[in-house]
Design a protein around this ligand. Structure first.
Ligand SMILES: [Zn+2]
Length: 430
């Protein structure tokens, strides 16, 4: 690689808060010695090497991109406005995980996990020497405890479907959880492999489709790890997290993709929130039978097409000739977005492998894409649990029937093409 470049770009027009070095240091050339190598899938954390994405000491960086996914842009704004010193180092006192996850055998299988850093919660334990030596190594996973209080769970207690036990479910309706926030950390050769393209192709397209945001994608083939500017995942564990990796302990699990409109605001055009809260109810019941429950929540809004595309599709569906019918459900999405779905479940099982899961007894999901990704990654699935019909909002029949006809799992009847023409959602104004 070329030696450190001092490519000088006049910087006088920038605010004083960001002018410190006097010129912009491009990251597209090697920073020189000092960056520990990353050997993805190595047998121990020490041999794997720490992920160093600091922006303060460029010579230490051994990845492309930086921490916090899309929030890295807000960090830049904080620096630009002068609110945050770019030299700030996180004080990690008392931030260590409340529960230990792993290490599991999957952590050292370079094909099992390619989109998160399995050692990401164990930074202090795994890399004491480089930390003492001054390397800015930050966790990419944080694990804590919480009480989650949902009106649907309180209602399930009132209806007699759930009984508080004082351990996983309190009489107030609060459920006790262990939760983990997980940032994306991509090992590019493994990501390319999952998507059936070459590492070079993947890097080039990532570079071009982000408007040239990360030049190292194309100039630094020696850097194999990329922290992409996308949303991460949150894992909610009901019961003892140690049970997740024990196939003898019954595991109830849902992998849920973000839908702000339904999950948070209760929009009735889809089944996202009812399915999510049903899964939580199933998880609590599973724990009460001696098992463990898991909801893995991915920030992939609107099938990872984003909310603007999603709302455009809603309008296109409801304004088309004949109204919002189930037989046109996928076609309308494809018209606007060019594809039906961009969630690419190929990466989703990584978080399950991080947790050491080898078997899911009850998968609370109807998605064939999720099921295929999970079983294709080597995790056994027992029973599949569909959403109870009484939880499907009237306007969401269009979506659920279209999906069921397209191959989603159902314990009921699969709608015919004729049926799909009859299933109609409401218009835009009533
Ligand atoms: Zn939804």
């Amino acid at each position: 690689m070329p030696a450190a470049s001092d490519s000088s770009v006049p910087a006088d027009s920038r605010p004083s808060a960001v002018r410190a070095p006097g010129h912009i240091r491009l990251t597209s050339h090697s920073g020189g010695a000092g960056a520990p190598p990353i050997t993805w899938g190595a047998p121990t954390a020490r041999e794997r090497g720490p992920v160093i994405a600091t922006t303060t000491d460029r010579a230490h960086r051994n990845v492309i991109g930086t921490h916090s996914g899309s929030y890295s842009v807000y960090r830049a704004l904080a620096v630009a406005s002068g609110a945050l010193s770019r030299e700030h180092r996180a004080d990690l006192t008392n931030t260590s995980p409340t529960d230990v996850v792993g290490p599991h055998p999957q952590w050292t299988d370079r094909n099992a996990i390619v989109s998160i850093d399995p050692w990401g919660a164990l930074v202090a334990e795994s890399f004491p020497e480089p930390l003492v030596a001054g390397y800015d190594i930050r966790p990419t996973i944080a694990i804590t405890k919480a009480h989650v209080i949902l009106p649907e769970i309180i209602d399930a207690i009132a209806q007699g479907r759930l009984q508080p036990d004082g351990e996983v479910l309190l009489p107030t309706g609060a459920a006790l959880v262990t939760k983990a926030a997980v940032e994306p950390v991509w090992w590019l050769p493994g990501i390319a492999d999952r998507f059936g393209c070459s590492d070079t192709e993947l890097r080039r397209v990532l570079f071009e489709e982000t408007g040239g945001m990360y030049p190292e994608l194309v100039t630094r083939p020696d850097l194999e790890v990329f922290l992409p500017p996308i949303g991460g995942q949150t894992v909610y564990i009901f019961g003892d997290p140690q049970g997740l990796s024990d196939p003898a302990v019954e595991l109830t699990a849902r992998v849920h993709d973000e839908c702000n409109g339904s999950d948070v605001f209760g929009s009735d055009i889809c089944t996202c929130r009812p399915y999510l809260t049903h899964a939580i109810e199933e998880c609590i019941q599973g724990v009460q039978r001696g098992g463990v429950g898991l909801v893995a929540y991915s920030r992939k809004e609107g099938r990872a097409l984003g909310e603007v595309t999603k709302f455009l599709v809603y309008n296109a569906r409801k304004r088309q000739v004949g109204g919002d019918t189930a037989d046109q459900y996928f076609a309308r999405t494809e018209c606007v977005a060019g594809v039906q779905d961009m969630r690419f479940q190929e990466l989703m099982p990584d978080v399950l492998h991080w947790l050491g899961i080898t078997r899911i007894d009850r998968l609370v999901s109807m998605s064939n894409m999720k099921y295929d990704a999970i079983t294709g990654s080597g995790i056994e699935v027992g029973e599949r649990v569909d959403i109870p019909p009484e939880l499907i909002p009237e306007d969401a029949r269009v979506e659920i029937d279209a999906k069921t006809a397209a191959g989603y799992f159902t314990s009921g009847a699969v709608p015919t093409t004729d049926d799909l023409r009859q299933v109609k959602g409401r218009g835009l104004r009533r």
